[in-house]
Design a protein around this ligand. Sequence first.
Ligand code: NAP
Length: 258
Amino acid sequence: MHLLVLGGTTEARRLAESLVPVEGIKVTSSLAGRVARPRFPPGEVRVGGFGGADGMAEWLRAHRVDAVIDATHPFAGTISFNAAGAAAAVHVPLLALRRPGWVPSDGDLWHVTDSLAGAAELLPALGRRIFLTTGRMGLAAFARLDALWFLVRSVDAPEAPCPPRMEVLLDRGPFSLDGERDLLRRHRIDVLVTKDSGGAATAPKLTAAREAGVPVVVVRRPPVPDGVPVAGTPEEAVAWLRDLAAANGWTAAPCPPR
Ligand code: NAP
């Protein structure tokens, strides 16, 4: 059985780690190649785009893929729609693995919006010193906010256009609560901007903001393509694969992730 895992997330790596040792399953993980030093999962790895939905369909056919798990980041919308199109075209079962989104707690001051442009519109009314944690892509949406100062945290350096008054902090999660508290205090942050990425690795900033009474602009996720089943954890994805194997008479019986 050949499984393609569309990756770039912790969950995708965990899935590959748990399935690679299983006899009878070949796992290929696919990375976009966006970050300079990616963390490679075990098993086969391919890097770079497929060339749209048609290119992915061709790849699935040529490499005799039996199932696809789209474990990309909840905000990587294009690849997910391409995967839905490609899997449907070549009749390969597809599952989306999406970690659950964050939910507000008592004391949170959240402003939910649909896009980075929507976030940029909200900012001038909320504060002056912004902690922007939405990644290095899409900073153009904030480029005209010259009255505001930005602390931009990203894995790799952002490229222009960017906000004119900004400091860049190159870092990669997980982040600690103490570290996030310290950042908010040291940079006198009065607004936090985040995507609703979900997961524990980057959640401490939300706690730190709540404690400090800092408002948070949360960008809502794009939808999962219609008709694609969703698993919330690698464990659920393995269960889906086990059911699929049973239904097709494949012999490999994946164990739950360790
Ligand atoms: P995107 O907008 O959905 O995808 C843009 C193009 O990049 C796709 O059309 C595809 O090119 C290629 N691509 C994306 N993911 C790929 C993968 N896993 N394997 C091969 N090609 C891939 O994606 P994005 O938002 O730029 O994110 C790129 C990668 O970074 C994703 O794999 C995602 O898991 C990871 N990531 C994204 C975010 C985020 O906030 N967006 C955060 C953390 C990690 P072709 O059309 O040529 O196939």
